[in-house]
Design a protein around this ligand. Structure first.
Ligand code: BG6
Length: 514
C-alpha cells in the first residue's frame, strides 16, 4: 500500500536528538481510548516515535474510556500497532512499549471518577518517573469534550503545579459543527486551559507532503516569484476518497463533506498554498499568515458551491452501495458526501485567481492533489503545431501530490523529435518514494511529538478555526434551507455530480484528470 509520509530516517533521528527533539517524561492520557482512532492511528504513531528513539524512558500511555477493559486494552493496542503499521509482532521493542500502555475505566461525566483518575496518574508518576507532565488527548465524541474539560478544571488537573511541569491538551476534530458551536467550545476550553496549552489537531498538518508545500515555496528561489496573479491562472485542490463512510453513519449524517474535510483539512491545504511568507517558522508567525488568507476569502456565494451524494456504483472493480443504503443512514438523507467550491482570495497576490476545491467520498480513486495552473505565454509562436498531441498547447502545471504516490510534478510543453515544431506536454517528476523511500508513518507522529515538545506551529488555533467556520457556516445554512431533489446525484466510482464540472465550465475551465 502506498503511504503518505517518508520515513523518519536515522539521520533525522540523530538530528532531532541533537536538537533535543525528545519529549520530556510524560503520561499521554487518551480519553475515548476504546475508539478506532487510538488503535489505528495514535498507538501506531506513538510506537513509531518510540522506535525512532524520540520518546523518553519515562513515558506512559493511559487509555481512558467507559468500558471495562483492563488488560485486554494493551493487547488490543498491540494488535492495532501490528495490523495498522506492519510492525513485526515478535519485535522485542514492541513488548517493552506495550508494557507502558495502561487502561482506566471511567464515565466522562462522573465527577468523583476524576479523583480516582488523578490518584492513578500520581501513581504512574511515582512508578515511571513521569514528573507530573501530562498530555491529555480528547479523542471522544465531541459531546463529551466540555464534560471532560470542565472536570479537569474543577479537579485542578489542568494547571501544572510548578514551572518545570507542563500540562497540555490535544483536541480532536470535529472542532464544533458551525461557527457558534466552535466559539462555544473555544470559550469552554479557554476557561480551563491557556491557549498555549491547547493543541487543536488536524492530521493533515502532520503529513510530510503538506509541510513540504511550505518548503517548496519558501526554501526555493525559483517558485515564489511566479506564485501570484501575474503568472497563475487558477488553483485546484482535490481531496478524493474511494472509500465510503466506513460504518460511521451516525457521525457522517451530522457532518457531511464540508464539515468533515473541507472546513479543516482542505482549508489548511489552501492556506499553505496561498499564504504570504511568514517572518519566521514560529507558531505565531505561521498562524498570523494563515489567518490572513482565510479572512481575505470573499464570502462564497451559494451559486459557487456544489453538493453531491453518491448512489450505488462500482469502485475499484467492486460493487458499492449508495450512501442512503449505508448502515444507520436516513434513506432520505440530504447529507452531502461531495462538496465543490469556487472561491476568491481578495488580496494583492491572488485577486482575480479562482481557487476550485472538491472533496468527496466514493470517487473514482483516492487522491489528494493541488494543481497550480499557469497562464499561457502571451503569444502563440508555434502555429503549425499539430503533432501526436494535437494543436492545443497545454498550460504549464505544478501538481503537488499529497497522497498517494507523494511527489511534485512540473508539466511543460516539449518539442516532439522530427522536422516539424510539434509540441507535447511532459512531466518533470519528483517522487518521495524514489528519493527517500516510503514509511509507515501516519501523520500523527509529528503532531504528537510536537505537542509533547510544546510546539503549536502545526496545530489549528482559535482564530483560525473560527475564520474557517465563518466561511462554511453560511453555505451550510443555505444548503439546509434548500434541500435538493435529485439526490443521489453521482454514482459511486465516478468523479462527482455534473454540477461540479459545470462550476468550472462556466469559467471555461475543467478539473484536471487525476
Ligand atoms: C478524517 C475524516 O478527518 O479524514 C474522514 O473524518 C476522512 O472522513 C479522513 O476519511 C481522510 O484522511 P486521510 O489521511 O485518509 O486523507
Amino acid at each position: 500500500m502506498a503511504t503518505t509520509e517518508v520515513s523518519i530516517t536515522p539521520e533525522a533521528v540523530e538530528a532531532s536528538k541533537k536538537a533535543e527533539h525528545i519529549s520530556d517524561p510524560c503520561v499521554v492520557v487518551i480519553f475515548g481510548a476504546s475508539g478506532d482512532l487510538t488503535k489505528r492511528k495514535l498507538l501506531p504513531a506513538l510506537y513509531h516515535l518510540e522506535e525512532a528513539g524520540l520518546l523518553p524512558q519515562e513515558f506512559v500511555v493511559l487509555g481512558v474510556a467507559r468500558r471495562d477493559l483492563d488488560d485486554s486494552f494493551a493487547r488490543d493496542m498491540r494488535d492495532g500497532i501490528v495490523q495498522f503499521s506492519g510492525v513485526d509482532p515478535n519485535e522485542p521493542k514492541l513488548n517493552g512499549f506495550i508494557g507502558k500502555v495502561h487502561y482506566h475505566a471511567m464515565n466522562f461525566d462522573d465527577t468523583a471518577g476524576y479523583d480516582k483518575l488523578k490518584a492513578r496518574l500520581e501513581g504512574l508518576d511515582q512508578q515511571y518517573g513521569t514528573r507530573g507532565n501530562r498530555l491529555f488527548y480528547l479523542a471522544t465524541a465531541p459531546e463529551y469534550f466540555a464534560d471532560i474539560i470542565d472536570r479537569l478544571g474543577d479537579k485542578e488537573m489542568a494547571k501544572p503545579g510548578d514551572k518545570k511541569t507542563w500540562i497540555r491538551t490535544i483536541v480532536e476534530k470535529p472542532f464544533g459543527h458551525d461557527l457558534e458551536s466552535a466559539r462555544e467550545l473555544n470559550d469552554n476550553i479557554n476557561k480551563v486551559f491557556d491557549e498555549d496549552q491547547i493543541f487543536r489537531i488536524d492530521h493533515y498538518l502532520g503529513k510530510e507532503t503538506v509541510q513540504n508545500i511550505l518548503v517548496f515555496r519558501f526554501a526555493n528561489g525559483i517558485f515564489e516569484p511566479v506564485w501570484n496573479r501575474n503568472f497563475i491562472d487558477h488553483v485546484q485542490i482535490t481531496a478524493a476518497e474511494s472509500i465510503g463512510i466506513e460504518g460511521r453513519g451516525p457521525f457522517y449524517e451530522g457532518a457531511g463533506a464540508l464539515r468533515d474535510v473541507v472546513q479543516n483539512h482542505v482549508m489548511e491545504l489552501l492556506s499553505f498554498v496561498a499564504m504570504e511568507p511568514p517572518i519566521s517558522f514560529e507558531a505565531s508567525a505561521v498562524r498570523a499568515e494563515k489567518i490572513k488568507v482565510w479572512r481575505a476569502i470573499r464570502q462564497i456565494p451559494v451559486e459557487d458551491t456544489v453538493r453531491g451524494q453518491y448512489g450505488p456504483g462500482v469502485v475499484d472493480g467492486k460493487v458499492a452501495i449508495g450512501y442512503r443504503q449505508e448502515d444507520r443512514v436516513n434513506p432520505e438523507s440530504q447529507t452531502e458526501t461531495f462538496a465543490a467550491l469556487r472561491l476568491e482570495i481578495e488580496n494583492w497576490r491572488w485577486a482575480g485567481v479562482p481557487f476550485y476545491i472538491r472533496a468527496g467520498k466514493r470517487l473514482g480513486k483516492r487522491v489528494t492533489e493541488i494543481t497550480i495552473q499557469f497562464k499561457q505565454p502571451p503569444l502563440t509562436l508555434f502555429q503549425e503545431n499539430d503533432g501526436p498531441c494535437g494543436p492545443v498547447i497545454e498550460p504549464n502545471i505544478i501538481s503537488m501530490r499529497i497522497q498517494p504516490d507523494e511527489g511534485i510534478a512540473l508539466r511543460f510543453g516539449t518539442k516532439v523529435p522530427g522536422p516539424q515544431m510539434n509540441i507535447c506536454p511532459v512531466n518533470m517528476d519528483f517522487s518521495y518514494a524514489a528519493a527517500f523511500g516510503t514509511s509507515r508513518a501516519n501523520g500523527y507522529e509529528r503532531l504528537l511529538l510536537d505537542a509533547m515538545l510544546g510546539d503549536g506551529t502545526l496545530f489549528a488555533h482559535r482564530a483560525g478555526v473560527e475564520a474557517t467556520w465563518s466561511l462554511m457556516t453560511p453555505i451550510l445554512e443555505a444548503w439546509k434551507e434548500n434541500p435538493i431533489a435529485n439526490l443521489p446525484n453521482y454514482d459511486a466510482g465516478s468523479w462527482g455530480p455534473e454540477a461540479a464540472d459545470e462550476l468550472l465550465a462556466r469559467d471555461d475551465r475543467s478539473w484536471r484528470k487525476l
